[in-house]
Design a protein around this ligand. Structure first.
Ligand code: THU
Length: 130
């Protein structure tokens, strides 16, 4: 699947966001190595800290479907700038999806910037410390 196709799915996922407090809608589409795609969107809560980001809903859904190997995640929002995963999502994606994951960040104009997970979270805390 091309980056552009994955981005299109992340834009579709953005419509699933429940973001009535921030009004900031985020969509994610996570591509497993077997070709399957798992969508995610942010889901907010009146107890704000319980909000979950788009990237983590996608990653957790994929894991619950038995996926262990991933190639890329596309992230979309309505922001002018490229949307990067937050710190909590970096930690979760690095562990569940691997440091080699391509993170495809998009902006409102439909441009893309691709970075490796390892470049977004160098020196990650992982199972080797436990
Ligand atoms: N959000 C995401 O879904 N992903 C990110 O990478 C950054 C932030 C959500 C969380 C919250 O619902 C809203 O965006 C504003 O922070």
């Amino acid at each position: 699947m091309s980056n552009n196709e994955l981005i299109k799915l992340s834009i579709e996922a953005k419509d699933l966001a429940r973001a009535k407090y921030s009004n900031f809608h985020v969509g994610a589409a996570l591509l497993a190595k077997n070709g399957k795609v798992y969508k995610g969107a942010n889901i907010e809560n009146a107890s704000y800290g319980l909000t979950i980001c788009a990237e983590r809903t996608a990653a957790f859904t994929a894991v619950l479907n038995g996926e262990t190997e991933f190639s890329a995640i596309a992230i979309s929002s309505d922001a002018e700038d490229f949307i990067p995963p937050c710190g909590a999502c970096r930690q979760v994606l690095a562990e569940l999806c691997g440091k080699d994951l391509d993170v495809i960040m998009t902006n409102k104009s439909g441009e893309q910037k691709v970075v490796k997970m390892n470049d977004l979270l160098p020196y990650a805390f992982d199972e080797n410390f436990l």
